[in-house]
Design a protein around this ligand. Structure first.
Ligand code: PLP
Length: 385
């Protein structure tokens, strides 16, 4: 059962039990949010709100259609240019969500595979996709779709295991190879080995696709994300991202070459057949990216939070995503209930959502959290990290 939550500020929520929903607002309880993705506090930045308001007043909300029909405006174009520059790519394509960006891109890989194969029974000329075992659900689902198109072979390498990946690449006779990985793993909070991936790319000549959903704006000197942080931006061929996390808005994007963009525009079904993101949201996202560029203190503040969390709790987290192995599914649920009872909103994963994590509590650090908030007052504070 989902808790019914009502936003009370950018860092707090109120909780409603099932019978209370909408009926007896007096029973609301305030919770401190440790499960959100608005890492840099941009969703409530006045410049962002102003940009959305102005555009909503001037042009209304909906884009009235998909980008290829009538849902593409100068605001969309402006944001694409801004993201392409930030990701050091020739161009960028906005998609309705980050999920659909991955789906659209992987479908196109499937299409390329079916094009390049001489015939459907001999797929030596198709495409081999190598995917990290812990990649996001949208990559996994996208790969399923790619596989359905025929001449795609999928190899899952052990999480961040470059020795395993190298072995699989060496043994694969297919010429066209694609390696796809999250940059910062959304459930475990660890980073992909970007430098080793770059080295393997030089050795094997594959197309490197990185989903930088959780790294965009947060990592890199200029907020270009995890590849920028490790000096590998030029080795990433395709950088996929979302506008729903540090950007604080909604939507997805694929930063890539002009050629790839054209291919996705003509074959990426999740892009083609879905209404584009509303203009006020795009204007807000553009404002958020611009603010993040100027207000560099926000990026630094996240890293101070990570450091502070380590010092205060003794838990050696490596990013703003906190993954705590609690023990069992029941214990994880209990931990999140105890947190709620002490006015904190944390998540617990069950075996369907994160089978490998048997069973974790999950949280994330936001710029707005203070040391007092981090220390909290729950007796089951940071269980068995
Ligand atoms: C790694 C990763 N990729 C893609 C997505 C999907 O992004 P969106 O929420 O914009 O659909 C998420 C969101 O949870 C994510 O964590």
């Amino acid at each position: 059962m989902f808790p019914v939550l009502v936003m009370t500020s950018h860092v707090t929520m109120k909780i409603l039990s099932e019978c209370e929903s909408g009926l007896c607002p007096k029973l609301f309880r305030k919770l401190l949010l440790f499960s959100g993705n608005d890492y840099m506090g941009l969703s409530s930045h006045p410049t962002v709100a102003e940009a959305a308001t102005k555009v909503a007043q001037d042009y209304g909300m909906g884009t009235r259609g998909s980008a290829l029909i009538c849902g593409y405006t100068t605001y969309h174009r402006l944001l694409e240019s801004c993201l392409a520059e930030s990701k050091n790519k020739e161009d960028c394509l906005l998609c309705p969500t980050g999920f659909s960006a991955n789906m659209a891109f992987m479908t196109v890989v499937g299409y390329v595979g079916s094009l390049s194969a001489v015939n459907e029974t001999d797929c030596q000329d198709g495409v081999a996709i190598f995917s990290d075992a812990l990649n996001h659900a949208s990559i996994i689902d996208g790969i399923w779709l790619a596989e359905r198109q025929g001449c795609v072979q999928v190899f899952i390498y052990r999480h961040c295991d470059m020795f395993h990946l190298n072995g699989l690449l060496l043994n694969c006779m297919m010429k066209k190879k694609v390696v796809v990985t999250d940059s910062l793993f959304s459930m475990d909070g660890d980073l992909a080995p970007m430098v080793q991936l770059s080295k393997l790319r030089k050795k094997h000549g594959f197309l490197l696709v990185v989903d930088d959903a959780h790294g965009t704006l947060v990592y890199g000197k200029n907020g270009g994300g995890v590849p920028e942080e490790f000096g590998c931006a030029n080795d990433v061929d395709i950088c996929i991202g979302t506008l729903s996390k540090a950007v604080g808005c909604h939507g997805g994007f694929i930063a890539c070459s002009k050629r790839w963009k054209q291919l996705i525009q003509s074959r990426g079904r999740a892009f083609i057949f879905s209404t584009s993101t509303p203009v006020p949201i795009i204007a807000a996202a553009h404002a958020a990216v611009t603010v993040a560029k100027k207000e560099t203190w926000r990026r630094k503040a996240i890293w101070n939070q990570v450091q502070e969390f380590r010092t205060l709790t003794g838990i050696p987290i490596t990013s703003h995503i906190i993954s705590l192995i609690v023990g069992s599914e029941e214990q994880a649920l209990k931990a999140s209930r105890v947190k709620q009872a002490h006015a904190e909103m944390w998540l617990s994963y069950n075996s369907n959502q994160a089978p490998h994590l048997t069973y974790a509590g999950y949280g994330s650090l936001l710029v707005q959290h203070t040391p007092k908030m981090i220390l909290g007052n729950s007796p089951l504070h940071y269980p068995n990290a």
